[in-house]
Design a protein around this ligand. Structure first.
Ligand SMILES: *[C@@H]1O[C@H](CO)[C@@H](O)[C@H](O)[C@H]1NC(C)=O
Ligand SMILES: *[C@@H]1O[C@H](CO)[C@@H](O)[C@H](O)[C@H]1NC(C)=O
Ligand SMILES: *[C@@H]1O[C@H](CO)[C@@H](O)[C@H](O)[C@H]1NC(C)=O
Ligand SMILES: *[C@@H]1O[C@H](CO)[C@@H](O)[C@H](O)[C@H]1NC(C)=O
Length: 580
C-alpha cells in the first residue's frame, strides 16, 4: 500500500501527463527508477543489468543520492563512464554479500526414493542432484532486516532453495518444482520454511512477488502457492499448518480475483477469467537498458504501455515468448508484446486447481460454507474455460486474444495445462491430447517437448524446452486410463531424462532450459543460460521417482512414432502375457 501511495504522490509531484500515468515498479529512487539508475544502467557498466540492482548500498540511500547529485552537477548532467564506475565502487558493495550459503539442516544421505531407480547410472545421477540442494541453499543476513533501505533483497526469515546462476533469490513458480524435489529428498522442514516465507509475503504485500527483490514487487508469477501447501500437507499430514494458513491462501487468491480478472463477452454471455497484468511503468530495473532501448524504437506515447506489457510477460513466467507477441507482420518484435490482452490457458488452469484445493482444504477443516464457495468458483471457471478457451476440433485449450476476439491456435505445451491441473470434466479429453500432440508433430522431437514451434530468439520459444512444461504435459497425459496414452507420457519422460542426463554427463551441470533440437543447453533471450538449476532438478527427480523402474540412461534414441509406440505396447503386452 505504502509503495503504491508513494508512487502516486511522485506522479502528482512531477505532474506527468495522463499517458505517463503509471507508477514506477517500486519506491526506491536507486533500485526502481530515477536518474542514478538510468545513468548507471545506460552506461552498461555490467554485462547483465541485474548485477547493478543486486548490489547493496555501503551508505544510507539519502547520502548516496546526495553524492550522486553532486557528481551530476559537477559534470553538468552527463557523467563520464569512468567517474560513474568510481561512484558505484564507492557507494555500493559487490553482489551477494547479504546472502549466506546455507546447508539445509534436514538434508540426509540416501533418501528412500533413490532405491526406486533401477538404472545404476541414473541412480548415481539422482544422488548428485540430491547433493545439489546443499549448493542452492541460501539464508539472508540479519542486516537486511535491520537496514532494509540499503538492499534490493527482500528479507525472508527462513532459509530457502534458489534456482541458481544469476538467480540467487527465491522465485515464485520455480519454487513449486523445487519443493516437489525437496519432498522426494525428504526435506519437508526446508519446504515448510519456504512456505512460511511465501505466506509472510502475502501478509505483507497481499501477493507473492515474482522473486525476492523489491524491483519485482508489483508483479507476481504463476500462482502455485495453494498447490505447494497441498503437496506439503499431503506429505506431512500437518493439518494444523493448514488451519493456521488457510486465510492467507485465500488472501493470495483474492489478489488474482481483484487485480487480475478480465471479463470476456462471447455469444452474448459474460465470462470472468484471469490474465497477467502489471499496470506499472518504467523499464524493468533488472533489464533496464534493454527495456529502454526497445522503448526508444516506439513513439514516446507508447512506451509506458510497452513497459507494462513487458512486466506482465515477466509475471507470466514466459519472459519472453511468441505467445505474447502480435502476429503481424511477424512474430519477431518484442515491442509488439501484448501479454495483458491474452487470457492464458495455464494461468486459468492453475487457478482452477487452486480453487478445487481450497474447497478440499475447507472441507477438511470442517468449513462447509467456504468449501461450497470455492467449489462454485471452480465450476464457474470450468464453464468459462470450456466456452472461451476449449477447441473441440483441435482437442486442446488455447489462449484467448481479447483484442482480436479469437483463440491463438499455435502450439504451446501450456495448451494442455488443464489436464495437469485436473481442470476438465470429460475424461476423454486426455486421450484427445495425444492426437493434438501428433497433429503438431510434437512427438517427433526426441530431446524433449519444445516450448513452441516458432524460433523467435526468445527463450520461451523453439528450440528451447523447459522442465516445468515437460511436467505439465507428462503428468497431464499420465492421468489417462488408456495404456497407450500412459505410454506416450512415459516416452516423453524418457526423452527428457536422457537429454538432461547426457548433457550432465558431458558438462557436470544442470541447466535452466535445454535446446530440444540438438539435446544441448538452451540459449536465446535476455541473458546467458543459467546453471543450477532448481526446477530442472526437481522435475528430473520427480520423473525418476515415477518411472524409476523403467527409465534408462542408454544413449540410443527411441524414435517416438505413434505406430512404433503401439508396436512397443503390443510387444510388452505379449511379454506380460507370456510371463504369466
Ligand atoms: C550544461 O548543459 C547545458 C544543456 O544540457 C548547456 O546548455 C550548458 O552550456 C552546459 N554548461 C557547461 C558549462 O558545459
Ligand atoms: C491490487 O489492487 C488493489 C485495489 O485496487 C490495490 O490497492 C493494490 O495496490 C493492487 N496490487 C498491486 C500489486 O498492483
Ligand atoms: C492425518 O491426521 C489426522 C488427524 O489430524 C488423522 O485422523 C489421520 O489418520 C492422519 N492420516 C495419516 C495418513 O497419518
Ligand atoms: C456483459 O458485460 C457488459 C459490460 O461489461 C455489459 O454491458 C453486458 O450487459 C453484460 N452482458 C450480460 C449478458 O450480462
Amino acid at each position: 500500500m505504502a509503495v503504491r501511495t508513494w508512487g502516486l504522490a511522485l506522479l502528482l509531484l512531477l505532474g506527468l501527463g495522463s499517458q505517463e500515468a503509471l507508477p514506477p515498479p517500486c519506491a526506491s529512487q536507486i533500485y526502481c527508477y530515477g536518474e542514478l539508475l538510468h545513468q548507471v544502467q545506460m552506461a552498461k557498466l555490467y554485462s547483465d543489468d541485474k548485477n547493478f540492482v543486486d548490489m547493496s548500498l555501503s551508505k544510507d540511500p539519502d547520502q548516496v543520492l546526495q553524492s550522486f547529485r553532486a557528481l551530476a552537477t559537477a559534470h553538468n548532467g552527463s557523467i563520464p563512464r569512468q567517474q560513474l564506475q568510481e561512484f558505484v565502487h564507492q557507494h555500493f558493495r559487490s553482489v551477494g554479500q547479504e546472502l549466506l550459503a546455507w546447508t539445509p539442516e534436514d538434508w540426509k544421505d540416501s533418501p528412500q526414493f533413490l532405491q526406486r531407480i533401477s538404472d545404476t547410472k541414473l541412480r548415481a545421477w539422482a544422488e548428485d542432484l540430491h547433493q545439489i540442494w546443499k549448493k542452492l541453499g541460501k539464508q539472508i543476513k540479519p542486516e537486511v532486516l535491520s537496514n532494509p533501505e540499503r538492499f534490493s533483497l527482500i528479507y525472508s526469515k527462513h532459509p530457502f532453495i534458489v534456482p541458481g546462476g544469476r538467480f540467487v533469490e527465491f522465485y515464485y513458480w520455480d519454487s513449486y518444482w523445487v519443493m516437489e524435489g525437496l519432498l522426494l529428498s525428504e526435506m519437508a522442514e526446508t519446504v515448510k520454511g519456504m512456505l512460511q516465507n511465501f505466506l509472510d509475503l502475502v501478509k505483507t504485500y497481499g501477493h507473492i512477488p515474482n522473486g525476492g527483490r523489491i524491483y519485482y514487487l508489483q508483479r507476481s508469477q504463476p500462482p502455485l502457492l495453494t498447490l505447494m501447501v497441498d503437496r506439503y500437507v499431503a506429505h506431512t499430514n500437518n493439518t494444523a499448518f493448514l488451519r493456521e494458513n488457510i486465510e492467507t491462501l485465500a488472501l493470495e487468491l483474492d489478489f488474482w480475483t481483484v487485480n487480475r480478472s478480465v471479463s470476456v463477452n462471447l455469444g452474448g454471455q459474460n465470462y470472468t477469467l484471469n490474465r497477467y497484468y502489471v499496470p506499472y511503468g518504467g523499464p524493468r530495473p533488472e533489464s533496464y537498458s534493454k527495456d529502454e532501448e526497445l522503448a526508444n524504437t516506439l513513439p514516446e506515447g507508447d512506451r509506458e504501455a510497452l513497459w507494462s506489457e513487458l512486466k506482465a510477460g515477466a509475471e507470466s513466467g514466459w519472459d519472453f515468448s511468441s505467445r505474447w507477441l502480435v502476429e503481424s507482420p511477424n512474430l519477431d518484435s518484442l515491442s509488439s508484446i501484448q501479454t495483458s490482452k491474452r487470457v492464458p490457458v495455464d494461468l486459468n488452469a492453475f487457478l482452477c486447481q487452486a480453487e478445487e484445493l481450497m474447497s478440499n482444504f475447507y472441507a477438511r477443516l470442517g468449513d462447509d460454507v467456504q468449501a461450497a464457495r470455492y467449489k462454485a468458483l471452480r465450476n464457474q471457471r470450468l464453464t468459462a474455460m470450456q466456452a472461451v478457451l476449449w477447441d473441440e476440433q483441435k482437442g486442446a485449450w488455447f489462449d484467448y486474444d481479447l483484442e482480436n476476439m479469437k483463440k491463438n491456435l499455435e502450439f504451446y505445451p501450456s495448451n494442455l495445462a488443464p489436464l495437469w491441473a485436473g481442470c476438465f470434466s470429460d475424461p476423454g479429453v486426455v486421450d484427445k491430447a495425444v492426437k493434438y500432440l501428433e497433429d503438431n508433430q510434437i512427438l517427433t522431437h526426441q530431446y524433449g517437448i519444445p516450448t513452441s514451434l516458432h524460433n523467435t530468439g526468445q527463450q520461451w520459444d523453439f528450440p528451447n524446452g523447459w522442465a516445468p512444461l515437460q511436467d505439465l504435459v507428462i503428468r497431464g497425459l499420465a492421468k489417462s486410463q488408456s495404456p497407450q496414452t500412459q505410454e506416450v507420457a512415459f516416452q516423453l519422460a524418457q526423452n527428457w531424462i536422457r537429454t538432461n542426463f547426457d548433457v550432465y554427463s558431458q558438462k557436470s551441470t544442470m541447466y535452466e532450459k535445454y535446446d530440444v533440437s540438438r539435446g544441448q543447453a538452451g540459449g536465446g533471450g535476455e541473458y546467458e543460460v543459467q546453471e543450477g538449476f532448481g526446477w530442472t532438478n526437481g522435475v528430473a527427480l520427480m520423473l525418476m521417482d515415477r518411472y524409476g523402474d523403467r527409465l534408462t540412461s542408454g544413449t540410443q534414441l527411441a524414435l517416438l512414432m505413434p505406430h512404433c509406440l503401439a508396436a512397443t505396447f503390443l510387444f510388452q503386452l505379449l511379454l506380460g502375457f507370456l510371463s504369466q
